[in-house]
Design a protein around this ligand. Structure first.
Ligand SMILES: O=P(O)(O)OC[C@H]1O[C@@H](O)[C@H](O)[C@@H](O)[C@@H]1O
Length: 318
């Protein structure tokens, strides 16, 4: 972060004024925007445009955030909704076009791309009684010296009775580029052993724990061991949100409904016992209280963005 934290906070207040239900806070080395309106509350960090909290009043939080986050600049927070772009997962598991494009760059090639630990700028905050809209923006060619393609990334978030998060990728340059991406949502559940997922019946998935082989889902998905799967949802369109999965969070007596638009992949991940011990900023027992359902376009759903082209994908939680 080049600007001192208090300066970032004061310049945001100067730009937007003191908007109702909007406060800007510093968490150690990071700046966050807190939202509260008549129906819900939320928190969005500038680093990674990472939504870390969403809760409807009088209900348990919908998103999970680790208690072990250290709020350090350059380290993505464990939980909430990290934005993965321009590649998802390890580069080695991406389509050849993505690998070739990224291999040519002199940039770190860790999992989940380049933008989850960079500060995004705040484009807009619009508070209303029942929903608050935010837009965060990133110009990757300006923030990542090695990224050679001109583009504008926008993350559009609505905090209301529903949570919507949309990622827009606009090619503003003269060369095409490809990407895979994900909104890597960590959902909070009361007890993973009393949690099941419906909506994926009969869907095809790639199992990252079984040598990336392809399988078909039969019936409800219960989580009682490590799960790391990429479901391919070919029927999702760019026309309207489509209900893709439901998390039955039985111990909280609720169902979280996930709808997607123009996002044809859904990653389901829980690290379970052994993998939990290897993850950064992840308490050993936390696998019991979270499940990732990650709205994505990956593998065969890689996207090519031609000059002037604009890609939009996202999800809504009802
Ligand atoms: O530790 P990271 O880089 O945030 O990744 C967490 C997980 O992210 C998921 O999307 C992947 O499917 C998992 O394989 C991975 O372990």
């Amino acid at each position: 972060m080049t600007q001192a934290l208090p300066n970032i906070v004061s310049s945001l207040y100067e730009r937007f004024g003191h908007l109702p239900g909007v406060t800007i806070e510093v968490h150690k080395e990071l700046v966050a925007i807190n939202i509260i309106n008549d129906v819900a509350s939320g928190t969005i960090f500038l680093q990674g445009a990472q939504v870390t909290h969403y809760e409807r009043h009088c209900e348990p939080p919908i998103l999970w955030l680790s208690d072990a986050c250290d709020y350090k600049a350059g380290v993505p927070l464990r939980g909430g909704i990290p934005v993965c772009w321009p590649w998802f997962a390890n580069l080695s598991h991406n389509p050849d076009d993505v690998k070739v494009q990224i291999d040519a760059l002199d940039t770190p090639k860790g999992a989940h791309g380049l933008v989850r630990s960079i500060n995004w700028t705040v484009e807009d905050i619009v508070p209303q009684d029942n929903e608050t809209h935010l837009c965060l923006m990133l110009l990757p060619h300006e923030e990542i010296p090695e990224w050679p393609y001109q583009a504008t990334l926008k993350l559009m978030i609505t905090i209301g009775a529903e949570l919507t998060v949309k990622l827009e990728v606009h090619n503003t340059g003269e060369r095409s580029f490809v990407h895979t991406c994900a909104l890597h949502s960590y959902f909070s559940v009361g007890d993973i052993e009393q949690t099941s997922i419906t909506g994926l019946e009969d869907a095809t998935y790639i199992d990252a724990l079984k040598e990336w082989a392809s399988f078909q889902q039969h019936g409800t998905l219960s989580i009682n061991e490590e799960v790391d799967r990429i479901y391919q949802l070919n029927s999702v369109t760019s026309e309207k949100y489509q209900r893709v999965a439901q998390i039955h969070d039985t111990s909280n007596n609720r169902v979280i409904n996930l709808h997607q638009i123009d996002a044809k992949s859904l990653v389901v991940w829980n690290p379970w016992i052994e993998k939990s011990k290897q993850l950064s900023n992840f308490p050993n027992e936390s696998y019991q209280e979270m499940i990732c359902l990650e709205t994505a376009n990956t593998l065969t759903h890689m996207r090519k963005v031609t000059p002037g082209g604009l890609e939009l994908m996202g999800f809504m939680v009802k």
